[in-house]
Design a binder for this molecule. Structure first.
Ligand code: NDP
Ligand code: OXD
Length: 321
C-alpha cells in the first residue's frame, strides 16, 4: 500500500462516461492504490499523485500539491487547455488501438455512405421508388483527411486499401505510403482543391478553431461524380462554423455532411442539423472511449513511470494537442 492515490474526475453524461463504471475499472487495475472518485471522496489532497480525468471543470485539478501526472481519458485535450490553473505536470492523452480502430470504422462507414449514395437510396426506399443511378468506383473519389495523427493516419490507410485516392494534411511534413501528404498553411489550398470528400480529424486548438468555414468549403473540388463535395467532421465541434455549413448545404457548396461533433453538446433540439436532409448526424460517438481498455492503458503507464520508464503520448502544451 502507501502508493500515491489516483483522483478520478469524470464529467460526461454518456453511458461510457459513467463515473461509477470508471471507478470500478480503476479499483481493479490499480488495486494497490486508493482511487478517489471526485467530487465526494474524503481524502487528504497531499496523497494524490495521479489524476485521471474527462472534461474536468477549470480549477478542479489545482489543489493537489503532490500531483505527478494528469491522464486525459480521451484523445482530445481541448477541454483541459482552457484551464489556466492546470498544474504544470505531464499531461498524457489517449492513443490506443481500440479507439483508433473505432474511429476508422466511423470514417470508412461515412465515406462509403456518401460514395455509395446511401442518402439517395434510402429516400428511394421510403418512396418505394426503383431508380438506381450509376455507381462509380472508389478510385474515382479523392478523400482528403485533415489531421494525419494517430486517428487520421489509420483512417487514411483503411480508405486507401478500399481503393479511394487519399490525401492528408498535417502541421508537419509526413511521408505515408500511398497517401498524398500536404502540410502547413501554404499547402492547405492545393490539398483542398483536389478533395471530394473532406474528413476532419484535427484537434481543436487556437490555430484550428472554426477552420471548417465557407471559405474553406468553397475551395474543395466540385468536379467529381459526387457533384458537390462532402464534409465529415469527427474532430471537435469548435472546428466548424455551423451557420456556414448549413448555408453551404442549402446553396449546394456542400453536397452532404456527416457530423459527429457540435459547438454545443448535446446538440440543442432547435438545431437545423437534426432535420436537414443532407446531414447524417451522430451524437459524438464516432469512437467511444472504452473504460476497460483505457483504465488498463493508464495503469500500465503509471507502472512504467514508477519503475523509471517514460510516459507515452504526452501533450505538447505549446501546440495545444
Ligand atoms: P493527434 O494529435 O495524433 O493528431 C492530430 C493531427 O492534426 C496531427 O497530424 C497534427 O499534425 C494535425 N494538426 C494539428 N494542428 C494542426 C494545424 N494547425 N494544421 C495542420 N495540421 C494540424 O490526434 P488524434 O489523431 O489522436 O485525434 C485527433 C482528434 O480527434 C482529437 O483531438 C479529438 O478532438 C478527436 N476525437 C474525436 C472522437 C470522437 O468520438 N468524435 C474520439 C477521439 C478523438 P502533426 O502530425 O504535424 O502534429
Ligand atoms: C476523445 C473523444 O477525444 O471522445 O477521445 O472525443
Amino acid at each position: 500500500m502507501n502508493k500515491g492515490a489516483l483522483a478520478l474526475l469524470v464529467h460526461g453524461g454518456a453511458e461510457n462516461w459513467s463515473p461509477q463504471r470508471w471507478k470500478e475499472r480503476f479499483d481493479e487495475v490499480c488495486a494497490d492504490r486508493r482511487v478517489l472518485l471526485l467530487p465526494g471522496a474524503s481524502f487528504d489532497p497531499a496523497e494524490v499523485q495521479y489524476a485521471a480525468v474527462w472534461k474536468p471543470h477549470p480549477g478542479e485539478l489545482a489543489g493537489f500539491p503532490n500531483l505527478r501526472v494528469i491522464f486525459n481519458l480521451g484523445a482530445g485535450v481541448d477541454a483541459l487547455m482552457v484551464d489556466r490553473s492546470l498544474p504544470d505536470v505531464p499531461l498524457v492523452r489517449v492513443a490506443v488501438t481500440d479507439l483508433t480502430a473505432r474511429m476508422t470504422e466511423y470514417v470508412v462507414l461515412h465515406v462509403l455512405m456518401h460514395h455509395r449514395q446511401e442518402l439517395y437510396l434510402r429516400e428511394c426506399q421510403r418512396a418505394k421508388r426503383w431508380a438506381p443511378k450509376s455507381q462509380w468506383a472508389a478510385g474515382a473519389i479523392s478523400v482528403g483527411v485533415m489531421g494525419l495523427g494517430t486517428l487520421g493516419a489509420d483512417a487514411a490507410d483503411a480508405l486507401k486499401r478500399l481503393g479511394f485516392r487519399v490525401a492528408g494534411w498535417s502541421r508537419s511534413e509526413k511521408n505515408i505510403a500511398g497517401v498524398d501528404c500536404f502540410h502547413g498553411d501554404e499547402q492547405l489550398d492545393p490539398f483542398l482543391r483536389q478533395t471530394d470528400i473532406l474528413v476532419c480529424l484535427l484537434p481543436l486548438t487556437q490555430q484550428t478553431r472554426h477552420i471548417l468555414d465557407r471559405a474553406l468549403f468553397a475551395k474543395l473540388n466540385r468536379d467529381s461524380p459526387l457533384g458537390a463535395p462532402v464534409l465529415i467532421n469527427a474532430g471537435r465541434g469548435g472546428l466548424q462554423n455551423e451557420a456556414d455549413i448549413l448555408q453551404c448545404l442549402d446553396d449546394g457548396t456542400l453536397g452532404g455532411a456527416s457530423l459527429d461533433v457540435y459547438a454545443t453538446e448535446p446538440l440543442p433540439p432547435e438545431s437545423r442539423f437534426w432535420t436537414h436532409p443532407k446531414v447524417v448526424l451522430t451524437p459524438h460517438n464516432a469512437a467511444d472511449t472504452d473504460p476497460d481498455e483505457i483504465s488498463k492503458y493508464v495503469a500500465r503507464q503509471i507502472e512504467r513511470f514508477e519503475t523509471g520508464g517514460g510516459l507515452e503520448n504526452i501533450v505538447d502544451r505549446g501546440r495545444g494537442y
